[in-house]
Design a protein around this ligand. Sequence first.
Ligand code: ADP
Length: 442
Amino acid sequence: MSVSMLLRLAWRQSLIRLLLYYAVALGIGLLVGEPWWALGLATAALAARAYWRLYRVLRFLDWRKQLRTVDGQGLWAALETLIHRRQTENRTRSRRLVRLLRAYRQAATAMPDGALVIHRRDGRLVWFNKTARHLVGLRYPQSLGEPLVDFFAGNPRVREWLAAAQTDEPLTDVASPTDPMVRLSLRLIPYSATQWMLVVRDVTKLMRLEQVRRDFVANVSHELRTPLTVVHGYLDMIEPEEHPDLAVMVEEMRRQSQRMTQLVEDLLTLSRLEAQEHLPEEPMAMAPMLVTLRREAEALSQGRHQVSVEDRAGCDLTGSTKELHSAFSNLVSNAVRYTPTGGRIAVRFERTADGGARLAVQDSGYGIPEQHLPRITERFYRVSTSRSRESGGTGLGLSIVKHVLSLHQARLEVESEVGRGSTFACVFGPARVRMRQAPGEA
Ligand code: ADP
């Protein structure tokens, strides 16, 4: 029965019963000749019954009391029925929630990855699963309430990463506090307004494989260097004038061996960058750097492009001059190589709104279709293989740029439109900016 029907029926019934009750009381009162007394007694009995029903309802509202079915009719019975229904619904709902919660807990406990819940404010542990115990060296329940960083003592990377609340970038290759040979990857997930979920994964095998791959590439590149130098040397000794029939072939062989040498050099540069965690932090003067970039652009362009260099920032950077120079000149070289004759190339060094700085290399060249943009920094990824080869590209330039920038906590921003040109910008944070010293200042 619906609630409104139940209530309507109850109202009607109790009104009729009340009238009947008083009619009978009045009847008896008239019979015995004391109508007022009879009515008074009837009212007192009614009040007593109402108190008794109220007492029952109050007991009913007590959760610990056993639920029982309601009998009788009228308003009190309707009230009890409604409470009874609400209680039953609530119990069913909370049982379902408890079951669901238990299932989630079980799933989280059985997860092969470590899962921890920590307070956002102070990084204290709220909950962790079994895998987290082994990987991070936690003990239940003693570790609850302890700050997580304490377990990674001696690892400033974890402290900094947690303080920066890096939810989009996982922290990889962290030594496990229980065994430094075990390498971990940490990922922060916003869990609630006050808590983080930290997922800890054992990536030891992955790291080992990555190391094997790196070593392999570095070794092969290194081994190729000597034979290539020999081939190159012999090719240089052949004078095309002395062997006119071989001239075309020798020229092509020289070009190909140069390409291979460049490829090997780029692979070695990448391996070297990958093996490094930090680069030298030295002051890097931007004015001479911009002059060098202009000279390089003009040399590569050989007058085919209009080159402009602007220094709007008036500051310097901190970092590895050698590596940053290699990154910037890769961008300049790409701009020249992927811009047809008559195009414009503009190098601009400027400040960013957050107090950082950016070096932007803009060209009016071929541009890059949007679908290729997310992948162009991958090794050997080329938008047009033939155009890259023709222009002497190895397909590794932008990977090198990306690596160098990430070692400087900087990022590469690319904007491009097919047929209109591209802008590649290296964006540095405020921590990398150095104000220029006036001449004569120590
Ligand atoms: P490559 O040696 O082939 O130039 P890079 O890693 O430097 O390799 O660049 C990857 C690809 O990105 C290039 O093959 C090219 O297709 C594209 N690219 C890079 N810079 C530019 C640019 N300034 N304009 C148009 N395309 C570019």
